[in-house]
Design a protein around this ligand. Sequence first.
Ligand code: KIV
Length: 276
Amino acid sequence: MYTQLEQRGMPKPPVNVATLAKMKAEKEPIACITAYDASYAVLVDAAGADLVLVGDSLGMVIQGHDTTVPVTVDDIVYHTRAVARGLRRAFLVADMPFMSYTNPAQALDNSVRLMQEGGAMMIKLEGGEGQLEIVEHLARHDIPVCAHLGLKPQSVHKIGGFKVQGRDEHKAKEMIVTAERLQNAGADIVLLECVPNELGEDISRALEVPVIGIGAGPATDGQILVLYDILDITQGRTPRFVRNFQQDHHSPLAAIEAYVAAVKDQSYPAPEHCFS
Ligand code: KIV
């Protein structure tokens, strides 16, 4: 049976979880990016991004907050719906905002909203040992899950700032075990933020599911960046892992294409974007 998308005569079929797993198996880097509206969704899709995340980073880059904490499920539903209208090929993931997954039943209700009202194909939650039961519950209900490890921005007030995680040996070992447990609980993707290169590599090797990095070094199965960072819209100090792709290109589309190409040929991330 053909899906509506396959019937639209696209040169490449839409990306799904199986495509992402195959890309990991075949060592094809997975190019991921955030988007928050339909116009940019059209551009990132045209540029060949494999996965698009409606991140709760929208709280910072769209709404102007200092953290992602104020973002609500309604906000994510609204932006996901807009992005879904602009995509044809890319796989659409939506973030579960702060306190929207405090127990399995609440997590399931809110995931269903992101998928049914927003059109998301997978939800992402900031996970650890405390979220294993939730991931298991969602997986049991066939909700595709991306588990976000390393720097978890929703915990910024608990950890005291946006800092590199897993630098000491004990914490690094703990993170590898947690990543394996999340995979075993049913996570389909793990996203790793701000960890040393070596830990990014160890976790990517240890897991069967794709590992997408942001500031996690060159050895993860894919890379993700915040769209407004690569387009040089974000003002002020940006994290070390950000690269401005706009400076050498005449249009946002050309800049996003350059980002996708750099992920695919592994010229991004370069050593200056990484942590040791
Ligand atoms: O919210 C977001 O955009 C994210 C990315 C930084 C990965 O989680």
